[in-house]
Design a protein around this ligand. Structure first.
Ligand code: FES
Length: 576
């Protein structure tokens, strides 16, 4: 369908003569605009998550100007609207607590303003799902503009990766292997340009997912933030969104079962962050597509990890991935697993979008028969400890923990863990299973990234660098180790994790996809009868609303009143 100027959504604000539109037009003139600026032109919102405290989006003021240039070149009218920035490192207790707030803000910004199309500017972890979820629910033409990864870190000639090398060198410092001066050198060298984390963490995973869903210009997610191609891409986004408005190409035309499967497939091949599961389920459900933990597990068994990027890979980072051809090149290696008929924001099928892509470095983007991990990035486990499932990243954990039984050492909350973990008399060995509970969607609240529990100090000093860990929290996509996460239902709402006691034997069997506590049903019934719910962490404000409406991890942690029923069309957005 091709739109006429009278069909534009913004026409309601400016088109008809009358007192209401007089008010809008006179106030536009107040800002120095005249009808030539807006008449017959698509009005494009640039929803910008820039802030003074978000280093991942520090270049977004300049990039917004490039987007505006593109919009003006294509005959549109740009309108920049700020949204909550969600800087992962600074927002406490977790940026995840506010992902749904950004989604709601995005939806309401679009609904309440004279907007015909939208450019979504994000990249730092939760901004990608938050912006996409809101735009999908409003279903106006939308393009996602990813921030791009920062440049590789550098210290004493060694390449440093976001997150992963922070944990690694922190353990080396605790073990006395590096000095305080070395540690400060790591601090200076690990984040040396704007852009999001450049390991295959949540940011790189989620922007690749946006790309694979078809919501970015093809390959946009791989361009480093500081590369001049990123500026050029921003202008292209501005031009393309204007065309999409006239073509009436909306998220509902792009997001289908096939595109969601493509995104899961790409996530697996990238060695994705475990957070991908929660966010992609939430994104898909906004579009009325039912994505489940089983879908992730099914595809993880057939799609190998071929992106040799840390933390699943040993050496390379996202900058290397871009030079090797980026996401379109990776997708050329997955064509047997992808639905090439799915269209993207280009309006073309995926098969055409990647037709000219090539791999330039077979060690960074491996051939399918020489993967870095043969069985995919994530495994979903179920059992009496997690009836609704939990996840682990087998590609980032030691071989000895792929099938392991050990005694639980349970911490009831993060404060207790922090107070105890470095005690020299802690009763723990490398065979113990460290457990943190009450850190889930409700109990955290917001599932903080506490799931890579620190190795106890006395074991670190003895050379231990991995242990089996278990929690209802999430972990950073840049983390690694034998960490079982997202246990559902969570302990705070009475999931079986709440009943586990220190000393109970716990089995984690990744090949068998099983998690089990060796406690009889009778004993569990007695413990349940004696269990009382912990106090809610929030008594007022957004936190209270969040706790009342957030779904569990296996359902995507969206609010119950924002999801679209499976198979149903996205509800027509109400305009007042
Ligand atoms: Fe922003 Fe990692 S802190 S992406």
């Amino acid at each position: 369908m091709t739109k006429t100027p009278e069909d534009l959504r913004s026409h309601r604000w400016f088109g008809d003569p009358g007192l209401r539109t007089f008010g809008h037009r006179s106030r536009m003139r107040q800002m120095g605009y005249d009808p030539e600026d807006w008449e017959g032109r698509p009005i494009i919102a640039i929803i910008n998550t820039w802030s003074d405290i978000n280093p991942c989006h520090a270049h977004f003021r300049q990039r917004a100007e490039s987007v505006k240039t593109g919009i003006l070149q294509a005959g549109g009218f740009p309108l920049e609207l700020p949204a909550i920035s969600l800087a992962e490192q600074f927002v406490k207790p977790s940026a995840m607590l506010y992902r749904n707030l950004l989604a709601m803000e995005t939806e309401e910004l679009i609904r309440s303003h004279p907007i015909d199309g939208v450019v979504l500017m994000g990249g730092c972890d939760k901004t990608t799902p938050g912006l996409l979820m809101g735009a999908i629910s409003m279903d106006v033409p939308a393009i996602y503009l990813p921030a791009g990864p920062m440049l590789r870190g550098n210290w004493q000639g060694k390449t440093l990766g976001s997150g992963s090398d922070s944990w690694k060198y922190w353990d080396e410092l605790r073990a006395g292997q590096i000095t305080e001066e070395d540690w400060q050198g790591v601090e200076r060298g690990i984040a040396r340009s704007y852009g999001h984390c450049m390991t295959m963490g949540t940011a790189s995973t989620m922007t690749a997912i946006a790309d694979a869903l078809g919501m970015t210009l093809p390959g946009a997610s791989s361009i480093p933030a500081a590369d001049s191609n990123h500026i050029a891409m921003s202008k292209m986004v501005g031009r393309r969104i204007c065309e999409m408005v006239w073509e009436d190409l909306k998220p509902s035309d792009i997001l289908r079962e096939g595109s969601v499967e493509n995104a899961i497939t790409v996530a697996m091949a990238m060695g994705c962050s475990t957070n991908a599961i929660i966010h992609l389920i939430a994104i898909a459900r906004r579009a009325g597509v039912e994505a489940t933990l089983e879908d992730f597990d099914r595809l993880s068994r057939v799609v190998p990890v071929i992106a040799n990027v840390r933390p699943s890979g040993k050496e390379y980072l996202m900058e290397d991935f871009f030079y090797a051809g980026g996401l379109p090149a990776l997708m050329t290696r997955l064509t047997d697993h992808l639905d090439l008929a799915m269209i993207s924001v280009t309006g073309r099928p995926l098969g055409e979008d990647i037709a000219t892509a090539r791999v330039f470095n077979d060690d960074v983007i491996r051939p399918i028969d020489n993967p870095i991990y043969a069985e995919g990035a994530l495994a979903v486990l179920k059992g009496n400890l997690a009836p609704q499932g939990c996840v682990i990243k087998p590609s980032a954990c030691s071989e000895k923990y792929q099938n392991h039984t050990g005694p639980a050492l349970v911490f009831d909350d993060y404060a207790e863990l922090k107070a105890q973990i470095d005690r020299d008399d802690l009763d723990v060995t490398e065979d113990s299973v460290l457990v943190l509970r009450n850190a889930g969607p409700v109990g955290g609240p917001g599932m903080p990234e506490w799931g890579m529990l620190p190795i106890p100090g006395k074991l670190v000093k003895a050379g231990v660098r991995d242990m089996l860990r278990l929690s209802d929290a999430r972990m950073s996509g840049t983390s690694y180790g034998a960490c079982v996460l997202h246990v559902a239902p969570e302990a705070h709402v009475g999931g079986p994790l709440a009943l586990l006691k220190t000393g109970d034997m716990v089995t984690v069997d990744i090949p068998g996809r099983r998690i089990h506590m060796e406690v009889s049903d009778e004993e569990l019934a007695q413990r349940r009868a004696a269990w009382t719910a912990p106090e809610d962490p929030y008594q007022r404000g957004f936190g209270k609303m969040y706790m009342a409406h957030v779904s569990q991890a296996h359902e995507g942690c969206d609010f119950d009143f924002l999801q679209t029923a499976a198979g149903a069309p996205v509800p027509e957005p109400k305009i007042f």
